[in-house]
Design a protein around this ligand. Structure first.
Ligand code: SF4
Length: 364
């Protein structure tokens, strides 16, 4: 069952959300904060194994088995359904238009091949500098740490990415570390994927131990949907690892709708902040999910209540199979202007699009 925008979470000021490790570059406290109590034995890996993978089961759990929804087994065969049960619990029972359901349900519309929608909409292949390393912008290197995710988002811009060959973990990070170490203009590494937090904590530690040998690194960023879709991932071992990292750490989570937050997500995000991470959110503007001023305002204010500042609102990347989510630019700009008129400036994400070959995200 989805939660209304105003539930849970106490309000935080902007200054209070900047952790000490960011403000002063002092090491985080030795004792990491307590993680939220696990929901079930076996922790996050068990919760991940129990994710729903069959559209029929998802619809049955939501009381939608008899609703005509144009669900596509062919789309699910191309990009399998995967959704954690805790995320399903935030969907509205009996609502075929639920904004969380729309993000994960494989539909016939994904099978349409349309001009302008390709396999690599953001130019990842051209920006590859080593196995699993993508360099598009000065000073930063993005590391494709894994191809695994806890949830499969139908609009994903990397749904056609060749993870089999292009994952930095393949050779125990050797090529990636060599590349980053050889370029002293790189001062920030972004762990991405897939979802980097779907790696085990020992595997993450193996990676960050290797990165710590690179003297010119100053910052670490982690792009992850797990704290929102599988908050059990924020366990004691993860917090211990995060607290001990030698750099200021920014965790960019990914929520597209206020209903993705609940008390357990709030607790996971609070624990991440307590471990020294600065929390930002990036969302994608999605037709049928968050394409209204009210939905976007609720997302920003609900995120703030959980200690997360809005960062980017992305225009959809035009990969094959996602066209039914697209919001045209004129509508996107109008929504953004109305959002800016309604909310404090720090609650308004930057509306951007990624253009292959650009030196940064382009504001609309
Ligand atoms: S979690 Fe991120 S990488 Fe994984 S499917 Fe969703 S959008 Fe794509």
């Amino acid at each position: 069952m989805g939660k209304p925008a105003a539930t849970g979470g106490r309000l935080f000021s902007e200054a209070a959300m900047i952790p000490a490790a960011h403000a002063s570059r002092q090491p985080a406290p030795a004792d990491p904060p307590s993680p939220p109590a696990p929901l079930q034995p076996g922790g996050w890996q068990q919760a991940l194994r129990q994710a729903v993978r069959e559209p029929a089961e998802l619809l049955q759990l939501l009381g939608l088995e008899s609703v005509a929804l144009q669900v596509s087994s062919q789309a699910a065969a191309q990009f399998p359904l995967r959704v954690p049960r805790g995320f399903i619990a935030r969907m509205r029972h009996g609502d075929a238009h639920d904004p969380l359901l729309r993000q994960v349900l494989p539909l016939d519309a994904e099978l349409r091949v349309l001009p302008g929608f390709g396999l690599d909409a953001v130019g990842d292949a051209a920006a590859r500098s080593a196995t699993g390393v993508i360099q598009k912008y000065d000073g930063r290197a993005l590391l494709v740490a894994t191809g695994s995710c806890a949830i499969h988002c139908r609009y994903c811009f990397r749904r056609h990415f060749p993870y089999g060959e292009e994952t930095a973990a393949r050779d125990h990070w050797a090529q990636a570390i060599a590349r980053i170490g050889a370029d002293d203009t790189i001062d920030e590494v972004i762990l991405s994927g897939g979802d980097p937090l779907s790696l085990s904590t020992p595997k993450l530690a193996e990676l960050t131990d290797a990165l710590a040998t690179v003297p010119h690194l100053k910052r670490l960023r982690i792009h992850s949907r797990l704290p929102v879709v599988l908050p059990e991932r924020v366990d004691a071992a993860l917090l211990q690892w995060l607290s001990a990292l030698p750099w200021p750490v920014t965790v960019v989570v990914h929520a597209n709708h206020a209903n993705e937050f609940d008390a357990r997500v709030d607790a996971a995000l609070a624990a991440l902040r307590g471990a020294g991470a600065l929390l930002l959110n990036q969302a994608v503007l999605l037709r049928g999910v968050n394409d209204s001023v009210q939905a976007l305002a609720d997302l920003s204010t609900r995120g703030l209540a959980a200690g997360v500042l809005p960062y980017y609102l992305h225009q959809l990347d035009r990969v094959q199979g996602v066209a039914h989510f697209e919001v045209d630019d004129a509508t996107a700009l109008a929504l953004h202007a109305q959002l800016a008129a309604r909310l404090s400036g720090y609650l308004v994400p930057r509306l951007v699009r990624e253009i292959p070959g650009d030196t940064g995200k382009r504001a609309l």
